[in-house]
Design a protein around this ligand. Sequence first.
Ligand SMILES: Nc1ncnc2c1ncn2[C@@H]1O[C@H](COP(=O)(O)OP(=O)(O)OP(=O)(O)O)[C@@H](O)[C@H]1O
Ligand SMILES: [Mg+2]
Length: 279
Amino acid sequence: MTRMTGGSMTSEAERPANLRGAGMPAVDISDVAVRFRTKKRDVTALENVSLRVDAEEFVAIVGPSGCGKSTLLKLVSGLLRPSSGDVRLLDEAVTAPRRDVGYVFQRAALLEWRSVRRNIALQAEMRRMPSAQAAARVDELIGMTGLRGFEDAYPHELSGGMQQRVSLCRALLHRPPVLLMDEPFGALDALTREHMNVELRRIRQETRTTVLLVTHSIAEAVYLADRVVVMTARPGTVAEIIDVNLPQERDYAETLVHPEFARASGRIRELLGAADAAE
Ligand SMILES: Nc1ncnc2c1ncn2[C@@H]1O[C@H](COP(=O)(O)OP(=O)(O)OP(=O)(O)O)[C@@H](O)[C@H]1O
Ligand SMILES: [Mg+2]
């Protein structure tokens, strides 16, 4: 598959400063449980979950629906507190919503009345970033994600893939050291999704951002990630963590026929089959 347009960035300048060569885990989840109590029922969403993600690592999370994947991302961002256990982000306990992460949701969640440029700039406005600095950064991201020429288009004038690029730009605007992605490509058709996978991989190689990606696609997980966390059905626990021993530079077509791709995918499929059977 060919690459999309988008200038190559100076990787050192793009790197999140506070993690450069620091050698500490970017995310450290230790023995976490999450229980939801509602009027109708008590739900244990996560139980006994531990996961360390190194700086600059790309980790994918797969598991049956309702096993607590979104809950896990919310814990890392501080949108939710665990019932027990600890979550640390960039060597600091997570006790409140954190502004130093980027978050991409399943739906692009763009404001219909704002242009591409102004949807991306929203992140800068929320952070009261000086406008000249923000405009330069928005422009840089538009180039990096191949949105050049669509700066003034409105969301309804964009394809689903382009809308997701805009939300990716918005999430990357403040150069977050950690990027959380919750099924970002779930609503796209298969081919656009492959294209976005290639794009995301390239952008990640440039930014060196640590990524936690939730996905239902085994191929997406294996193509993109350094490690894949396979979770069990509710209460969600870590069934197994699969190392993906593929080269860092991954051509899409070549990766798909790589024996390591087959091995990792096969193992994940096996584990997910077992989880389904237990449901
Ligand atoms: N705010 C909440 N109040 C009560 N229960 C909740 C809440 N949020 C999540 N849950 C429950 O916790 C469990 C895990 O939810 P979560 O959204 O994390 O699953 P998921 O793995 O992301 O599923 P999917 O793949 O369908 O997105 C589910 O049973 C869900 O109903
Ligand atoms: Mg979810």
